[in-house]
Structures are given as C-alpha cells and as structure tokens.
Design a protein around this ligand. Structure first.
Ligand code: NDP
Length: 449
C-alpha cells in the first residue's frame, strides 16, 4: 500500500486510538499502535468503567438502608473496600485483555512502550527503534491537572483512587466538576466524610442551573460538605500522616486523610515530539485539528481528549472511526457534535442533552420550559425525601425540544433514549402524543407541564 513500514502508526491505545486502529486495519491498512501504559486507555483502565463499578458498589449502602422499609432484614451488613477494589481491578484486567485481543485479531502490531514523533512520517520508540508510517494518529488522551501548590504531591487524582490501600476516613476533593461529584458520591456512600472544595461558587459549570442546584441540595442533605470560592494555598502533611488543606483568604484549614484533585484534565502532548514535525498546538496544549481530525501537518492526525474538543469517550470513538473511514475507507466523514448527551454519575446521577435554559434563552429568545418535580415511587416507600427533577426546554416558535435535563435515579439510562428524540428534532407535541409507560420514572417525560 505504501513504502513506509506501516500505513498507520497510532500513538495511544485508548478509546479513540483502538477504534481507529481496528477499523483502519479492517480496511486493509498495515497498522501499529504504541501504548506506554495499558491498552484500553483512561476510560477502561482508570476512568468511566471502574468508576461506574464503584458507583454500583457504593449504592448498596442506601439500598441496604432502604431494604428494611421493603420488609428485608439484612443483619451484619459490612463493607470491605479491598473486596470491591480488587474485583473492580480484576474486571479492568479482563477488559484490558479484550482490548488487546481486538488489536491482535485485527493484525494490529502493538508496541508496549512510549512512542514520540520524530518526523512527519516517523515515530521513535522508547527502545530507540525508529518506525516509519504513511500516517500518524495521535490519540494520547488527557491527564489530570494538579494545581501548582506546595504539598500537592501529598494529594491523589482519580488515577490513584482506584488503587487506595484503605478508604480515607476524611477526604477533601478539589474541584466541582464531573470527577469531584462522582467520587464525592462514592466516598460518602462508602462511609468517608467528604468535603468538596471549589475555586468558584458553583458545581458542574455547563449543566443546567436548576439541575445542578438540585444535586447540591441533595448532596448537602446526605452530608457532603461544600466549600466554595476557596483556592488552595498548600497541603501540609503532619508527622502522624494526616493531611491539612490550607486555603487562601484566611479560610479555616481542613484536616483530612486524603486530598483528591479533580481539577480538570489537560491534553497529553508534553514530550510527544510534536514540535519536531511542526504540529500546531493551542494555548491549552491541545493539538489543533480540522473537521477531519487532521493537523496542520498533512500526514498527522489526532483524535480524542488530546484535541480538547469534547472530553468524552464516545466522542473519541466517533472521531477515531471517522478518521479510519476518511483516510482508509474512501468515505470522508466528520463527526456531528450537536446534541451530545452526557451524564454525571453522582448520587443521584444527572444527565442532559442540548441547550440549558440559559443557553436557550440567549440563543433563541423565546422559549418554553416544562418541568416535572417528583418523588420517585421507590423513594416514597423507602421514606427518602429526595426528589427528581426533569426539565424540557422548547423553542417557543416551533415547539421543538432543544434541551432535556434530568436529575433522578437512572437518569443516564432514560436520557440516552430521549436524546434520540431531541437529536431528531422532535417537538413537545411528539412527546405528549406518546402514551406513558406506567408506572415508571421515565413516563414523566411525556407528562411534562
Ligand atoms: P471538570 O472540567 O468537570 O471540572 C473541573 C473542576 O475543577 C471545575 O470545578 C473547575 O472549577 C475546577 N478547576 C479547574 N482548574 C482548576 C485549578 N487550576 N485550580 C482549582 N480548581 C480548578 O473536570 P474533571 O476533572 O472533573 O473531569 C475532567 C473531564 O473528564 C470532564 O470535563 C469530562 O469531560 C470528563 N469526565 C466525564 C465523565 C462522565 O462523562 N460522566 C466522568 C468523569 C470525567 P471552575 O468551575 O471554577 O472552572
């Protein structure tokens, strides 16, 4: 196919890289991939997948509490962190093997070492071997940002959270985004005392205000502490192993057993050798690409978090697939970034698609907002006061649903299906025309007032 050793060299075997490698190989390309850590990437190895398993594991705390109201007596219920941790890590090993099999079955050569770019058509492996390729795809993902403060080395990130020897009795989580709220729910349910500390005065910026406010209220009621407008000054480690988080502006320090930084993720471009080929990056260190994920160097492409477009696994997968279709499949394709559903696996979870109320007001002017604020049947019988909130935003001129947001048990499961309707541009009337599926929480979607 070409004079190069490979037609495609992929750097990074995460969600985007593996999809691109597999599909390109399916089109007959000779493909190699280099991965310095473990095949599977952040999502599978130290992100979405093990996190979701921890969410399941932690939810038993409330389920067991509620069980009594449903007639069950569960005596001597005990939780053992190491059992959950090790079972989760064992499943990660299983998935890691499946990802490797996918590459092997598609005759993709895997180099288990770091690769850096040393030319427009060349990468050099950590072993010193130079490899030529017609195309290079950078899919190196992102890496947690740790604020540059004294004592930051005493903290952990989500990377380490999956491997903790013991559950911290008291944990301070820095940041108010996805990871902070998800791990706050996990740690709190498993018995840790949790304080979320954010530099600004809000959590989950970008999500609908009413929905995130509901999460804040529910989290506070559960016993999660929040401290806002509190930039860190330093982390002190005492002789007894305790940590003390100190803040600027004279805010009182917090003593804890672990500090977890969940302060965003930065594109993994450091030391990749991008400059040797003249690949342009932006001021956040992300690789600049066009709609086909091509960089300013014609033979080099990039997909996923390293491009900092939308930091979500399914988006990286789509970008990787579109790359393969375009470059090796003779079917030039771009990814449609409109109406991407997303969820936060907090307790309870929240999910959304399309415009928030304030975005819709700004973009459309006249809008209609429909809500349902209800207590799920299971919570009623369990004696739990937590209420769910569904919110639909419509363009007043056309009745088209432009945004759907919810916080509720199973919200991500329900929203995925409803997102199809929003993406398809259906109207509120179309929802109303659909008969309710009773009794369910999802039926509230077709009964919104
Ligand atoms: P987020 O971008 O969600 O949140 C980052 C938080 O850290 C914000 O509250 C932000 O505050 C704060 N912050 C940012 N920079 C600093 C800093 N230098 N010092 C102090 N605070 C800071 O990032 P996460 O780390 O939670 O997650 C990273 C990404 O991974 C997410 O954006 C998401 O795309 C993805 N992800 C997706 C998940 C899902 O789909 N369920 C789950 C987990 C991660 P402020 O609001 O003031 O900016």
């Amino acid at each position: 196919m070409s004079d190069f050793e490979f037609d495609l060299f992929v750097i990074g075997a995460g969600s985007g890289g593996v999809r691109a490698a597999r599909v390109s190989a399916g089109y007959g390309a000779r493909v190699a991939v280099a991965e310095e850590y473990r095949v599977g990437g952040t999502c599978v190895i130290r992100g979405c997948v093990p996190k979701k398993m921890l969410v399941y594991g932690s939810h038993f705390a409330e389920d067991l509490e509620d069980a009594a109201r449903f007639g069950w007596t569960v005596e001597n219920a005990k939780f053992d962190w190491k059992t959950l941790r090790d079972n989760v890590l064992a499943d990660v090993d299983r998935l890691n093997g499946l990802y490797q099999n996918t590459l092997d079955n598609n005759k993709v050569t895997t180099f288990h070492e770091r690769a850096t770019i040393t030319g427009a058509n060349e990468v050099t492996l950590a072993s010193g071997r130079a490899v030529s390729a017609k195309y290079i795809l950078v899919a190196t993902g992102g890496w947690p940002v740790v604020p540059n403060i004294p004592g930051a080395e005493h903290g952990i990130t989500s990377n380490e959270a999956f491997h903790l020897e013991d559950l911290p009795r008291r944990v301070v989580i820095a940041g108010g985004g996805y990871i902070a709220n998800e791990f706050a729910g996990i740690f709190h349910a498993l018995g840790s005392q949790v304080t979320i500390v954010n530099r600004s005065d809000q959590i989950l910026r970008g999500y609908d205000e009413q929905i995130r406010d509901r999460l804040l209220q529910i989290s506070l009621t559960k016993g999660i502490d929040f401290r806002f407008n509190a930039p860190f000054d330093r982390i002190e480690k005492r002789d007894d192993g305790c940590l003390v988080a100190h803040f600027k502006d004279g805010k009182p320090p917090i003593e804890c057993d672990a500090v977890m930084f969940a302060t965003g993720r930065t594109p993994n471009t450091d030391g990749l050798g991008l400059e040797s080929a003249g690949v342009a990056i932006n001021d956040k260190g992300a690789i600049v690409v066009d709609a086909h994920s091509r960089t300013n160097v014609k033979s080099i492409y990039a997909v996923g978090d390293v491009t900092d477009r939308v930091q979500l696994t399914p988006v990286a997968i789509r970008e990787g697939h579109a790359f393969a279709d375009t470059v090796f499949g003779g079917n030039p394709r771009t990814v449609d970034y409109a109406c991407i559903p997303s969820a936060v696996f907090s307790n309870p979870p929240l999910a959304g698609v399309g415009l928030t109320e304030s975005q819709a007001r700004q973009q459309l002017g006249q809008i209609k907002v429909y809500t349902s604020d209800f207590r799920p049947m299971k919570n009623v019988l369990a004696g739990r006061q937590e209420r769910s909130l569904y919110k639909m935003i419509c363009d007043a001129a056309t009745d088209r649903v432009v945004g759907l947001h919810m916080i509720s048990p199973d919200a991500p499961e329900i929203l995925q299906a409803a997102a199809i309707a929003v993406k398809a541009g259906l109207t509120k009337q179309a929802f109303d025309d659909t008969v309710a599926l009773h009794p369910s929480m999802a039926e509230e979607l077709v009964l919104l007032k």
